[in-house]
Design a protein around this ligand. Structure first.
Ligand SMILES: [Zn+2]
Length: 156
């Protein structure tokens, strides 16, 4: 799944819990749940059965830009609100599994570290990525998640 729905949903879930420890756990858990929704992400055109697939430089730039976009949207939505800290912490933990598993500089460490193996295994197994020729089906679900999270954060 793209970064923006993870960031916004993590923020919404954490905000709903009302406290930081519970917010961290539920935002982190939300990542795995959202990855079970049929989705498209930046690496959609790679063969995921190949363990050593890599994002291209353009895809990395696109992913970074998309993370910045999601972060800016979140800050815009929650800045000045009572729950700003909880929402930002939630946004970070909502995205964390992708930051650990999919950032080229340290992904090899996390993909192979024994203490992290169960998390990585879960992350890979729960993915419901669409076939690359059906990628567009992954857009509506993500828009619904983004819209729902924005609605929640605005009304909270
Ligand atoms: Zn993920």
């Amino acid at each position: 799944m793209l970064a923006t729905p993870h960031i916004l949903a993590g923020a919404a879930v954490a905000t709903a819990t009302g406290n930081v420890p519970l917010g961290i756990v539920s935002a982190y858990a939300s990542h795995y749940i959202l990855d079970m929704v049929p989705h498209v992400d930046i690496g959609v055109f790679h063969d995921k059965d190949d363990e050593n697939w890599q994002l291209s430089k353009q895809e990395i730039a696109l992913a970074a830009a998309e993370i910045i976009l999601g972060t800016v949207i979140l800050i815009y939505l929650v800045w000045g609100k009572k729950f700003v800290t909880l929402a930002l912490v939630g946004g970070f933990f909502g995205l964390l599994p992708d930051l650990l598993d999919n950032v080229p500089w340290w992904q090899n460490y996390f993909r192979h570290a024994s203490w992290y193996a169960p998390f990585n295994f879960l992350h890979q197994k729960l993915q419901l990525r669409l076939e690359s020729n059906k990628w567009y089906w992954g857009i509506p679900f993500q828009l619904i998640i983004i819209g729902g999270a924005i609605w929640f954060l605005l009304k909270f």
